[in-house]
Design a protein around this ligand. Structure first.
Ligand code: CTP
Length: 402
């Protein structure tokens, strides 16, 4: 923690008083701490308390110069956003979570959260009903998809007298999370350019229908998210998905295999690694209809003629020089042999084999089981784990290949 700049955001909630212990312990561990409070936060604990604990002025208002007399109020939010190595909002109220999810920036804390590119950690605390309300849960899901780190509240007795999830976790847990994040944000992939593809492709049958597949895009989005958190310059070429764009990632939306090919080729120059996590269609309707195909009561069947798409990965494999090329495989039998064959045929440096077991539903799940196989045939089987953790394992491996 020594020398790290930790920006703490305190919002309105009974747990605001516990943020005092957080600030005290962060300062004790050698961090430099600045505190921002929302107006509601100041109703629970006075800024003076945090100023004494952090040994710094406390920032409460967008329109007041909280720093020194020579600093410029018009850039105060940007100065804070750039000063922070990490922003920790604890406690994070339902209101602030909703504001962050929608980019509403009507107070200093929300503006800084919008402006900073550094990791943001949220510790939601509120009454259990508010926390479990689908609105709050959806907001938290979309923030997590974008790369916010959420420390879930613990269960127990709440200020209302009711019981459930809503309490601030132990300060030790929050500090451990900050430590882990600061460690990751050592930015070990800084200056690396990584291109990731994700999601399915849709191949038009007519202007309304398509041939597609069940890929959710979660694995590729997790890789893009993790790589950006580790400092890489990430371009994400995404097929149709409902996932949020991770912070600090450039996203290009495509629909068909052909569009994905064009987007990938346009961004291969100066790329250090390409990770093809997308489930690209191997075949597409040969003659997509211009107009919606009508149902004819006389014909019982409709035949679709399919033609092969370009294998993007194989094409990249043929022309690659120093670039690291990573593919994915999903096999339903002879899994390892099939993956190794793909690695060889497509001239890859690494292939990630998705396991298609009965208990392990790959599609749409946040968990997955994969094996990584490198060029020398070395197999590393990973246990079942969240896709975000798998993403970091894949990136660790890629780092050794770059
Ligand atoms: N892939 C690609 N372009 C395609 C098809 C696949 O770049 N037109 C990539 C995928 O992104 C994935 C890898 O190739 O990284 C493996 O795809 P998969 O469909 O499993 O393998 P195929 O070689 O198409 O073989 P099969 O479908 O017969 O298993």
């Amino acid at each position: 923690m020594r020398g790290k700049h930790v920006l703490v955001g305190v919002t309105g909630g009974i747990a605001a008083y516990k943020a005092g212990y957080l600030v005290r312990d962060l300062v004790k561990s050698g961090a430099e701490v600045k505190v921002m409070m929302t107006e509601a936060g100041t109703r629970f604990v006075t800024p003076l308390t945090f100023s004494a604990l952090s040994k710094n002025p406390v920032f409460t208002d967008l329109w007041t110069n909280n720093q020194s007399s020579d600093s410029d109020i018009s850039t105060q939010h940007i100065d804070l956003a750039n000063w922070a190595d990490v922003l920790v909002i604890a406690p994070a109220s339902a209101n602030t979570i909703a504001k962050l999810a929608y980019g509403i920036s009507d107070n200093l804390l929300a503006v800084v959260a919008l402006a900073t590119t550094r990791p943001i950690i949220l510790a939601p605390t509120m009454d259990a009903e508010m926390y479990l309300n689908p609105v709050t849960q959806n907001n938290l899901t979309s923030l997590k998809e974008r790369g916010y780190i959420v420390i879930p509240p613990v269960e127990g007795e709440l200020a209302s007298g009711l019981s459930g999830p809503g309490r601030l976790p132990e300060i030790k847990i929050i500090i451990e999370t900050i430590g882990k994040i600061l460690d990751q944000s050592h930015q070990d992939l800084k200056k690396k350019r990584i291109l990731v593809t994700a999601g399915p492709t849709y191949e038009a049958i007519d202007p309304v229908r398509f041939v597609g597949n069940r890929s959710s895009g979660k694995m590729g989005f997790a890789i893009a998210n993790a790589a950006a958190q580790r400092g890489a310059e990430v371009t994400l070429v995404a097929g149709p998905t409902h996932l949020e764009t991770p912070r600090n990632v450039t996203r290009i939306d495509v629909e068909s295999a052909q569009e994905m090919l064009t987007a990938v080729l346009a961004h291969t120059k100066k790329t250090d690694a390409i990770i093809m996590a997308a489930a690209v269609a191997d075949y597409r309707p040969a003659n997509p209809a211009k107009h919606k195909i009508k149902k004819h009561s006389s014909s019982k069947a409709l035949e679709l003629q399919l033609e092969a798409t370009t294998d993007i990965l194989a094409m990249l494999g043929k022309k690659k020089r120093s670039m690291t090329l990573v593919g994915f495989a999903l096999e339903t039998k002879d899994e390892l042999a099939g993956a190794k064959e793909k690695l060889r045929k497509k001239n890859l440096d690494l292939i990630v084999l998705n396991s298609f077991g009965k208990q392990n539903r790959v599609f749409g799940s946040n968990l997955n089981t994969v094996a990584m196989i490198d060029k020398r045939g070395k197999v590393e089987q990973l246990p079942i784990m969240p896709k975000f953790d798998i993403a970091n394992k894949i990136l660790n491996k890629i780092k050794t290949l770059l």
